[in-house]
Design a protein around this ligand. Structure first.
Ligand SMILES: [Zn+2]
Ligand SMILES: [Zn+2]
Length: 84
């Protein structure tokens, strides 16, 4: 039984465990607030459950869902302001 392989495997398991803990931490702390009524909203929601304000809308260029208060798309860099 190669000892090095054993050590390598346990390191990989350890890293996987750590990253999964980190993921749950960030998921729990990630909440957004409605720009209209300041209601706490789950980031997965696209509309405010309280006032039905649209929080996310598809980007004009790449059609990815982005927050309506963002000034430009982080995926393709398209600005939401009128061009030209
Ligand atoms: Zn709201
Ligand atoms: Zn885009």
């Amino acid at each position: 039984m190669p000892i090095l392989a054993c050590i390598g495997l346990s390191i990989i398991v350890y890293i996987l465990l750590l990253s999964s803990i980190e993921n749950t931490k960030t998921k729990q702390s990630e909440t957004i607030h409605c720009s209209q009524c300041n209601e706490k909203i789950d980031p997965a929601q696209t509309k405010c459950p309280s006032c039905k304000e649209m929080l996310k809308a598809p980007c004009n260029d790449c059609q990815k869902m982005i927050y309506t208060n963002w000034r430009y798309c982080p995926y393709c860099g398209d600005t939401k302001e009128e061009r030209g």
